[in-house]
Design a binder for this molecule. Sequence first.
Ligand code: FEO
Length: 173
Amino acid sequence: MLGKKMLGELNGQVNKEMYSAYLYMAMSAHSEYVGLKGFANWFMVQYKEEMEHAMRIYHYINNHGEQVKLMAIEEPPMVFESPLDMFEKTLVHEQFITKSINDLVDTAIEEKDHATKIFLEWFVTEQIEEESNDNDIITRLKLIGDNGNGLLMLDRELGTRVFVPQLTSGGQT
Ligand code: FEO
């Protein structure tokens, strides 16, 4: 059974993960538009991962016999100054998501909701990886600076990222 506050926050997290997906889809579209197909691929994989994050919570709420409440998804930005700008904005957004996940864990602890606390542990670990990936790419983009060849090499590398589905259609891992 989910408490009212816990349920409200989980529903809110579904919306935040959907916005994350939307944001990275916007970054993918922008990358494609400016000719950086590898960056476009990287952000499209990220979009798919975020959709899975939303669906993990969606199924978790369903499995508790509750109804998911879907809310409006905010419009993401359309223009970005540079690849570095996109990844700096990605990092800031992921730090926001990390705080949100930590707040959910706090609520689970307050409500002595052990099941939800265990469920959220996957997200806590995932956020470490997400921030680390962003920091790594930001460092490399700063090293590259204005070097076009360096940027194209990174673009080629980001083009090799592959989406690996982790959830079945029923939400099982
Ligand atoms: Fe679902 Fe990027 O956090």
